[in-house]
Write a protein that binds this ligand. Structure first.
Ligand code: HEC
Length: 312
């Protein structure tokens, strides 16, 4: 008492502190908004979104990552016929080089081609609709930097009469659940994990079972699909203790980064593809993002559903 404290603040200190606060406020106010990021930043962010989408691997034929990446031609058999993924390189005659940014974004999240034609929902636009606008813009900026590859798209063969004119629009309106975009992409915590799982990573496209209408049944979100895409058995990754995923958060994050399971096994089939990606994949996500995904998986409702691995 009475003694002048060692920590007393002088007028000069107050002045400096006030100035720092003012400078900080000015800095925040003057920082460019995300959409005005430099072109290089936008492309880097877009590449990261591409990684979080598993490298958009359906647009590369198996075994052609080195020779024809993103140039389409992958055959996908569905109950209504056969489709081939299109070329998404910026080639101006066979790819998407002449499309505007808005047209590419409409294709990704709304499933519409520039001519208004509907894209068959093998492309998961209902899920990608949950991507934040800034991430879509970045993704488009990245797509524009891909090497253009001249490779004509293969025509689809639809075997169900009136599929595109009648069935598909009705199905989209009546059954297909749709994700909704957040105002901006969450950057951390459970919200980040949820965003990566539900929208960008489109985990549910493979891991959520489908009902008789073939729409994903989100009342059993991530509960596994014995008849997954390309005849794969897709495991239950809800935290059900008997039939689901019981790995620790660290183990899940490690698996997404390496493909290695806690029992010394390695990821196979389509999961190996999305982890490896094409130019980039899940393996290129930051540890923080892989952990955010793992933490979110622990919070989804546990659902009892045993999915057995396919023989062979
Ligand atoms: C293109 C389809 C596809 C997508 C997309 C996909 N997975 Fe998978 N996943 C699979 C398949 C198929 C397996 C089984 C792999 C195997 O047999 O080794 C699998 C296996 C797993 C496993 C191992 C489970 C176990 O019990 O062995 C985890 C964990 C997993 N996926 C998490 C995810 C997460 C998280 C996402 C989204 C960020 C995701 N997957 C997206 C198809 C997919």
């Amino acid at each position: 008492m009475g003694q002048r404290s060692q920590f007393s603040v002088s007028a000069l200190d107050w002045f400096l502190l006030a100035w720092l606060l003012v400078a900080e406020v000015l800095f925040v106010l003057m920082a460019p908004p995300a959409w005005a990021a430099s072109p290089a930043d936008l492309v880097a962010r877009g590449q990261y979104v591409f990684a979080a989408a598993g490298g958009c691997g359906c647009h590369t034929e198996p075994g052609k990552v080195a020779t024809a990446p993103n140039a389409g031609g992958r055959r996908i058999d569905a109950p209504f016929g056969t489709v081939y993924s299109p070329n998404i390189t910026p080639d101006r005659t066979t790819g998407i080089g002449t499309w505007t940014d808005e047209q590419i974004i409409a294709a990704i999240r709304l499933g519409r081609r520039p001519n208004g034609e509907r894209i068959i929902p093998v492309h998961p636009f209902m899920t990608f609709n949950g991507m934040a606008a800034e991430d879509l813009r970045a993704l488009v900026a990245y797509l524009r930097t891909l090497p253009p590859i001249k490779k004509a798209n293969l025509p689809k063969r639809i075997t169900v009469p009136l599929f595109e004119s009648v069935f598909l629009p009705a199905w989209l309106a009546a059954f297909a659940p749709q994700e909704n975009p957040p105002p901006s992409a969450p950057t951390s915590g459970l919200a980040r994990g949820e965003y990566l799982v539900r929208a960008v990573g489109h985990c549910g496209e493979c891991h959520t079972p489908r009902g008789i209408t073939q729409a994903v049944d989100n009342s059993r979100f991530l509960a596994g699909n014995p008849n997954g895409p390309e005849n794969s058995a897709v495991p239950n990754i809800t935290p059900d203790k008997d039939t689901g995923l019981t790995w620790s958060e660290e183990e899940i994050a490690y698996y997404l980064g390496t493909g290695n399971t806690p029992s010394g096994d390695v990821a196979g089939s389509l999961m190996a593809e999305v982890i490896q990606g094409t130019t980039v994949g899940y393996k290129d996500l930051t540890e923080a993002d892989r952990l955010a995904i793992a933490r979110y998986l622990k919070t989804v409702p546990p659902i009892r559903n045993k999915v057995s691995k396919k023989a062979g």
